[in-house]
Design a protein around this ligand. Sequence first.
Ligand code: MSP
Length: 510
Amino acid sequence: MFESMSFYITTPIYYVNAQPHLGHAYTTIAVDVLARHMRQRGRDVFFLTGTDEHGEPVADAARAQGVEPQELADVNAERFKSLMPRLEASNDFFIRTSDAQHEARVQEVLQRVHDNGHTYKGLYEGWYCPRCADFKVENEILEGNRCPIHEIELERHSEENWFFRLSTFQRALERLYAEQPDFVMPPRHYNEALSFIASGLQDVSLTRARLQWGVTVPWDPGHVFYVWFDALLNYYTALSYARPGEDLTDRFWPATYHVIGKDILKFHTVFWPALLLAAGLELPRHVFVHGFLLGADGRKMSKSLGNVLDPFEVIDRYGTDALRFYLMRDVAFGGDGAVGMEAVKARYETELANEYGNLASRTIAMLQRYRDGAIPQSDTDAGLARDFAGLDARVAELMDIAEPTQALELIWQRVRRLNRFVEERAPWQLARDPAAAGELDGTLASLAEGLRVVTVLLHPYMPASTERCMAALTASRDGAAQSTFARAAFARRAGGGAAVELEPLFPKRT
Ligand code: MSP
């Protein structure tokens, strides 16, 4: 199959009405894992994240704090921006929707939607959630007129607005879904989106008259655009100014993957493709929808329930790699999952320290003890080679369908296999028998090769620890070149070079 070289992947842009929390970290880490994996495969990757700064949620929060919206946005955008390096996120750009270039481009695209006849002026009346910045349709509303997401009481709003003729895209969207069953993944979310469309699309309001904190509507300057339209367009506008003096749109548009939480499904799988069609722009290839992180008690995380896991606390205690590993391993990507500090500790101790960390330490220690650090050149073990055969291709296939948890499980089975191999071969016994020198060479070469392969494959998940391990294992070679995906296959003949001492990758924590 033809694989396009460019790979454009995005996170949702995060609201600046509050501080970053684990949910934001989760999506960002998942996207980073996919982006790093694709870079290893030599794809031309662009990874975008950023902040959503306009609209009621931010204006209301600013008012409550007695500051201007821009001031609140500046403070919180900085918090999100500085979250990225702490997560080791390798984003290529950080967009803020209050960037002047973004605003100008939004006006340009939506003017085109207007010129193409997809808007009209009308009176809007409906039930509105100020936290979602969204009017709710009847079948979404909870008992007692409450928001299905925030469970707060909805407000009755009525105002004169410009409307977007979403209803006229019903057929086009049905066709899109019929022709591209992988437009939304996983399938249960495809079905959810499709049934929303099948239930009949209503036009949606495109502008707000009561609000000033937003992008001005060029053909009716008393209005600003409804924040969701301004926000969705970030995926498109960013490419035009992320690199000064260069427009990356042709190189990366359309997006390969929009990764989102299930709370914002409707906007990305219904509004967004319709808006792009209205503007005459190409549609993204896939929208990947993941689930919610829940408190350790299985309930939705919330400060008032006291079941919140703080990403910074995890990073301070166990390190960024442990947080990344834990989130990708413990919560099956795509589904909901409970998270808590006890579970982080358990994964850290049993899997990171005792399995991968121990494999790395003992392999390098044995190379030093028995071969002065030299990695013997030898044929590798046939049984191990069989167990590793096809692993790289399978991991790539899973990453292509945004299944980082399943891919990690396959890799981890090999980490465990290598530890069993050490026990089976008992190199410490071989070392006592001069006649077993060849067998010891083969054992050490196989172990070093296996460790090298799992380290390459784990790199997107745990960039810092795997880089340290790779550097120790390839001391006399170019470590970066060793980490490309082309080097992810288990070789039948391996070895050469030298290994140097490695401090424990995952030391004991209190
Ligand atoms: N600003 C909008 C998105 C606009 S995209 C054009 C928004 N922002 S948000 O700050 O509320 O972030 C929502 C996203 O953060 C979710 O879609 C999800 O990716 C992530 N998460 C927030 N809380 C989460 C959990 N409890 N669990 C998992 N992900 C969560 O919506």
